[in-house]
Ligand binder design. Structure first.
Ligand code: TUI
Length: 313
């Protein structure tokens, strides 16, 4: 299975499923569980201080002998430290988000690291810089997003680049994965579904908000700052929306947003925390081991794709 798949071959993994590099969420425990389940687990560097990130990079090698990745959030003031640590620890795969990955490619490609930028548009610019694959992330995703839907982004990116395309945004089960493959992707990234993995260390309240979410549960704020973010609606989102409507300054908005992801993940504050999640929260119904999530997405996808081949003959 998947012997000819460009993503499994590039990443040396069993199944073409990767776990999103979610700030405050994606630690060594979650990443190792995903990698041990046959996918690619990813540790999120986000704003983590260098010493804590280094501990995570040391820890994951004690939990898995499978390939894993590190996500570098390019907007972060600690991005350069994360880049140094990726090089120092020989991290096999680095994904980037929220910016142009030029300096990551320049530093890590000569070391043999597989570098995969997340793009929300303009993939051809990144392909020219020498990426190994791209993650095309539609605006259904959680956290910081672009403007284009997965349905439109994935085929346009697949046409624009001569690289493996991994689809992200709105994918939480085998139906979404099958759809992504039909659109031209050869792998998928899931974030929201893996927040609800048993091995994910976020507060149980956060997981339960995702499990209970419906199709209208999320909203996008931060457009006025140029950094739109999708999260589950709550009191914090309402306050943020009101400030944005009043034309509040960037300083006021940033002050309200500061520390809110930590509040959700660590404290489990579902009213004033930022419960970043994608529209696929409405598709997540249970808290399960990462390996079970992966097996069920793969088997549902394979059933759909083979049924389709049969009834469309
Ligand atoms: O980065 C993400 N998702 C994130 S980062 C994050 S932490 C954060 N918290 C508060 C405010 C802002 C960030 C939470 N979720 N996804 C990958 C992603 N990358 N989405 C969009 C982009 C992106 C945007 C612009 C990638 C490249 C890019 O390049 C600029 C350009 O000129 O095209």
């Amino acid at each position: 299975m998947f012997e000819q798949n460009p993503v499994t071959n590039l990443l040396k993994i069993k199944y073409p499923i990767i776990q999103g590099g979610m700030a405050w969420v994606a630690d060594a425990d979650l990443a190792a569980a995903v990698s041990n389940g046959g996918g690619l687990g990813i540790i999120a560097a986000a704003n983590m201080p260098a010493d804590l990130l280094e501990q995570q990079l040391i820890k994951i090698r004690t939990l898995t002998d499978k390939p894993f990745g590190l996500n570098i959030m390019l907007l972060s003031p600690t991005a350069d430290d994360a880049l140094e640590l990726a090089a120092k620890h020989g991290v096999p795969v680095v994904t980037t988000g929220a910016g142009m990955p030029g300096k990551v490619l320049d530093k890590l490609k000569p070391l043999g690291t597989t570098v995969i930028p997340v793009v929300a548009s303009h993939a051809e610019r990144i392909a020219k810089q020498g990426a190994d694959a791209v993650i095309a992330e539609g605006m259904e995703a959680g956290g910081h997003i672009g403007e284009i839907t997965t349905m439109n982004l994935v085929p346009q990116i697949a046409d624009a680049v001569n690289l493996p395309v991994i689809a992200a945004g709105g994918i939480a089960d085998g139906r979404g994965a099958a759809a992504a493959f039909v659109l031209g992707a050869t792998g998928v990234q899931m974030g929201t579904r893996f927040v609800c993995a048993e091995e994910c260390n976020v507060h149980i309240n956060y997981k339960q908000k995702i499990v209970k979410a419906n199709d209208r549960a999320t909203a996008v704020t931060g457009r006025s700052l140029g950094h739109p973010v999708r999260a589950i609606k709550n009191k914090f989102i309402k306050q943020y929306e009101e400030l944005e409507k009043r034309g509040a300054s960037a300083e006021e908005l940033e002050a309200l947003g500061a520390g809110k992801l930590r509040l959700a993940v660590v404290e489990g504050d579902t009213e004033m925390g930022s419960l970043m999640a994608g529209q696929s929260a409405g598709l997540v119904h249970a808290i399960e081991p990462a390996a079970v999530i992966i097996e069920s997405v793969i088997s549902q996808m394979n059933n759909i794709l083979s049924e389709m081949a049969r009834y469309n003959r």
